[in-house]
Design a protein around this ligand. Structure first.
Ligand code: UTP
Length: 290
């Protein structure tokens, strides 16, 4: 079985749900406490043993490339001011040279199209896909948990999380093939935004995938679907006819930070875990709700 060495992180979307914040900065650079979204997702990938990160970028997204580059003048200024701790912390976050590649999606035609733009950089091996606006608080990270499962099952794996059964209509929901036992199980399909009455489970798809390279042939054939976009879900559903797909319920909690409320919740949750100011922030929050 080939190992998972690469991850595709699509960052070319327009981020319309968080406008106007994303009018002039990429959604993927919105901060959660003190790090941009993209930093969390790239760190989660390296923690999972990924060697190569492929960012699919687009117009107006070049600040993301700068984020992962050396900031020569800034580093010189920090050194001159004796701010050695900050400098060391910045440098410790610097990825190894060559560990990140960039390719461009020339128009935001959908998640499936964005993933297909990475085809030449992936080649003929299984790979991960992580959506940068989904921040998953888990230890170890969700992708590390998935890679561990993949080493046992092979095939394709979709990360899922339990949601309130009354709210299935907001999510893509997976259908188990048979009675589910444990955190990983084979799927028979997935349904986009089902009503609670028709939902095959309350497990929602949450932005982390392990896929076999045959997904690219399916993406080539996938026509525009919901929202006029080329959907990854449609290509996965087609591949499911030929290959096993597993749903994996990771241990952790996700936040959809591509949505204003989700972004706020992620900031609150992770601020309350920050050793520097968790106590005074908790105190502040208490006063707001009383
Ligand atoms: P989303 O659908 O959450 O992002 O896609 P979006 O399209 O930017 O958001 P809204 O709906 O307009 O608010 C998940 C990820 O896929 C990327 C996005 O950048 C985001 O990180 N994406 C989406 C692409 O790279 N290309 C696309 O055509 C669509």
């Amino acid at each position: 079985m080939k190992p998972i060495r690469k991850v595709v992180i699509p960052v070319a979307g327009l981020g319309t749900r968080v406008l106007p914040a994303t009018k002039s900065i990429p959604k993927e650079l919105l901060p959660i406490v003190d790090r941009p979204l993209i930093d969390y997702v790239v760190s989660e990938a390296f923690e999972a043993g990924i060697e190569h990160v492929i960012l699919v970028t687009g117009r107006g997204k070049s600040a993301i490339e700068d984020y992962f580059d050396h900031a020569v003048e800034l580093e010189a200024a920090l050194a001159a001011k004796g701010k050695d701790d900050i400098l060391a912390s910045l440098r410790s976050r610097q990825p190894k040279a060559g560990a990140i590649s960039y390719t461009r999606q020339q128009a935001p035609l959908g998640l499936g199209h964005a993933v297909n733009c990475a085809r030449a950089l992936i080649g003929d091996e299984p790979f991960a896909v992580s959506l940068p606006d989904v921040i998953i608080d888990g230890a170890p990270g969700a992708l590390a948990q998935m890679v561990r499962e993949y080493e046992k099952t092979g095939g394709n794996i979709i990360a899922v999380e339990e949601v309130d059964p009354k709210e299935t209509g907001k999510y893509g929901i997976v259908a188990p093939k048979s009675e589910r036992a444990g955190r990983i199980f084979e799927m028979s399909g997935m349904v986009e935004k089902p009503t609670p009455e028709t939902a095959p489970s309350n497990l929602a798809i949450t932005g982390r995938y392990i896929l076999q390279p045959e997904i690219f042939d399916q993406l080539d054939k996938t026509q525009r679907g919901a929202g006029g976009e080329i959907q990854l879900t449609d290509a996965m559903a087609a591949l499911m006819e030929a290959q096993p797909f597993f749903a994996f319920e990771y241990e952790g909690v996700s936040h959809d930070c591509g949505d204003k409320l989700g972004w706020l919740k992620a900031n609150v949750r992770l601020s309350l875990k920050n050793s520097e100011f968790a106590d005074s922030f908790r105190e502040f929050l208490r006063k707001q709700v009383n």
